[in-house]
Design a protein around this ligand. Structure first.
Ligand SMILES: N[C@@H](CCC(=O)N[C@@H](CS)C(=O)NCC(=O)O)C(=O)O
Length: 227
């Protein structure tokens, strides 16, 4: 039956799982669940993920929701050789990655709240400028993590990096490109962008996001950043 990812490209959680699958070299198929059309709410999809959220994964008889649980499962099952560092087994290293996966949820929630994505796309609202300070706290947190190390959980690339970078892309594809106060973060984002599978997973969805979001906001071309 193989591994199947239920996916929607605009979802940072979904793309982080896709990056995990690709980094591990797992063969998988994709079924798009179009959130814009409400496909996550069908009875059929709720049999796969009763929460009605993307992503979800089916691997044989296992159906799994929750992106971080999915990424950890994939590493536990499929990582071999040098790929094991994506989710290290040494308790101290793993604890750090686990912690940063939870932090990744805070980062994603904070960015999504600031951008007010559903409000902008569906209700004619604007981003919540008053939440920008919270976003900056997240950026500073990551900047501090990167002190003396190349990746957020240490010297190796881990799944925590995928879960941190994917929501940040939403930000920079709207109006935020001011990484000057965060030089280590800027370098890390460029390192992430240089991964050979980065563009194939992120580029097209982010173009779509940027076009849809900026059109709703009527942003002048000069303010449009990102890819
Ligand atoms: N904690 C969940 C969150 C998943 C989630 O919120 N997914 C969003 C897309 S980013 C979704 O499916 N939203 C559709 C909805 O709420 O109807 C995870 O990490 O998988």
């Amino acid at each position: 039956m193989g591994v199947k990812l239920y996916h929607f490209g605009l979802s940072p959680f979904s793309r982080a799982v896709q990056m995990t699958l690709t980094a591990l070299g797992v063969k998988y198929s994709i079924e798009t669940i179009d959130l814009m059309k409400g496909e996550q709410r069908t009875d059929e999809y709720k049999k796969i993920n009763p929460r009605g959220k993307v992503p979800a994964l089916v691997d044989g008889k296992l159906s799994l929701g929750e992106s971080r649980a999915i990424a950890c499962y994939l590493c536990n099952k499929y990582a071999s050789g040098s790929k094991k560092t994506l989710y290290p087994s040494a308790p101290e290293l793993r604890a750090k990655v686990d912690m940063l996966l939870y932090v990744g949820e805070w980062i994603a929630d904070t960015i999504v709240e600031y951008l007010n994505i559903a409000g902008v796309l569906f209700r004619g609202e604007k981003p919540k400028d008053e939440k920008l300070a919270d976003v900056k706290s997240c950026l500073q947190y990551l900047e501090d993590c990167l002190k003396g190390q190349n990746y957020i959980a240490g010297d190796n690339l881990t799944i925590a990096d995928f879960f941190a970078v994917c929501p940040l892309l939403l930000l920079e594809n709207v109006d935020f490109n001011d990484y000057d106060p965060y030089p280590k973060l800027k370098k890390w984002i460029n390192t992430m962008k240089s991964l050979k599978y980065f563009d194939e997973i992120n580029k097209e969805p982010m173009k779509m996001f940027k076009a849809a979001f900026n059109e709703k906001l009527n942003l002048p071309a000069a303010k449009q950043t990102g890819f």
